[in-house]
Design a protein around this ligand. Structure first.
Ligand SMILES: C[S@@+](CC[C@H](N)C(=O)[O-])C[C@H]1O[C@@H](n2cnc3c(N)ncnc32)[C@H](O)[C@@H]1O
Length: 364
């Protein structure tokens, strides 16, 4: 943090609320993460042991390899569209993609059919992705809308949780929106005026005081776009993130810095902000856009179905004792319900009539 105790972006946001009044939580998140000069994802190197957090592909090569096999299998089930766009949203340091492409070589016609498209806002991470990909050619985009139409396989791990959410809170008299305004010297939460009862879904009218509902318009728009494209045929998407299938009526916005939770409003631009992903809502969005939605299933189930134990055993054959212990620990972290196994969920999206993707049972 700078010596004044407040980040440059916090000072700017304070001036903004002084001039224009409080902003909603999505506006705060969008500035904190994506402000062109001071946004967290524009400036920092968030990932890895030296960064703020570690993601599944950074824990073990097993994760990216299994997603690669999922893609190869989906490509085969979809009738082997060639060429096929392999799209990753938010590829981080490029680790997942590197492991995925290595596994894809198990099915050479798939590896040969791939045209790589990466959606990434961070220039710093784009450079790391370029380095991780080596000789693989790729095209970078700011937004999925820039990726040409046509058959695709899309993967996104820990991408949706960064998209800005709005929060609504049941106050004693009415539902109100949570806002970010000035409080003392810094930023603080406030509530909007009462929302008209006609805007509140009937299921929420009697929710207990203190209940919080979160919506993520950016994730809804993105999934709608993925589903619209998938509905055109011969495509599949796999979205993995920490989230829930049924809204828990609790706020989930959190800030992380150097692997620790920190106050959400304190250091905008310098800390990572995320919220749990509402997979139930996104599955509905995908269906309304004309696609099939599969799951969500817990990450642990998906990885077990895709053969994580067998793959780890194979790698263990040629490993040292230390490497074997690291593999066992990685499998546990990725699949154990008390670790990432159940907190992380996976949702798949395919066109109508496409067969169930690996790891996702057909609906009863
Ligand atoms: C939490 S990291 C996950 C990285 C990687 N998928 C992994 O699992 O290690 C989020 C990634 O998404 C990128 N990102 C975040 N929001 C984005 C947005 N709105 N558009 C494009 N990229 C974004 C970040 O720069 C970063 O590469």
């Amino acid at each position: 943090m700078n010596p004044g105790g407040m980040t440059p972006l916090a000072r700017r946001l304070l001036r903004r609320v002084a001039a224009g009044g409080p902003m909603n939580v999505a506006e705060f998140m969008a500035s904190a993460l994506y402000d062109p000069e001071e946004g967290y994802y524009r400036r920092r190197r968030p990932l890895g042991r030296e960064g703020d957090f570690i993601t599944a592909p950074e824990i073990s090569q097993l994760f990216g390899e299994l997603l690669g096999l999922w893609c190869a299998d989906a490509w085969d089930r979809l009738g082997r569209p060639t060429p096929v766009r392999l799209v990753e949203l938010g590829p981080g340091r490029g680790t997942l993609l590197r492991d995925l492409l290595r596994a894809a070589r198990a099915l050479p016609p798939f590896a040969a059919a791939i045209e790589l498209h990466l959606v990434e806002v961070s220039e710093t991470l784009r450079e790391q992705q370029r380095a991780a990909l080596g000789e693989h050619a790729a095209i970078w985009h700011e937004d999925l809308a820039e990726v040409p139409e046509g058959p695709f396989l899309l993967v996104a791990n820990e991408f949706l949780d960064a998209l800005p959410i709005r929060q609504f809170e049941r106050a004693p008299d009415a539902w109100r929106e949570r806002l970010v305004g000035a409080a003392g010297e810094g930023l603080g939460f406030a509530l909007s005026g009462p929302l008209p009862p006609a805007l509140i879904p009937s299921a929420l009218r009697d929710a207990p005081v203190g209940s919080v509902v979160e919506i993520c318009p950016a994730a809804e728009a993105l999934v709608s776009e993925i589903a619209r494209r998938a509905a055109a045929g011969r495509s599949a998407a796999l979205l993995v993130d920490y989230g829930y299938a049924e809204a828990p009526l609790k706020g989930s916005l959190q800030a992380v810095s150097r692997h620790r939770m920190v106050p959400v409003l304190e250091r905008p631009g310098e800390v990572d902000l995320t919220a749990l992903v509402d997979f139930g809502a996104l599955a509905g969005t995908a269906r309304r856009a004309g696609a099939q939605a599969w799951g969500p299933v817990p990450q642990g189930h998906l990885l077990r179905d895709l053969g994580i134990h067998l793959r780890a055993e194979r790698l263990a054959v040629q490993a040292s004792d230390a490497q074997r212990a690291a593999l066992a620990s990685a499998v546990r972290r990725l699949t154990d319900p008390a670790e990432m196994g159940e907190r992380f969920l996976a949702l798949a999206i395919t066109g109508p009539g496409a067969p169930a993707p690996a790891g996702f049972a057909p609906p009863p």
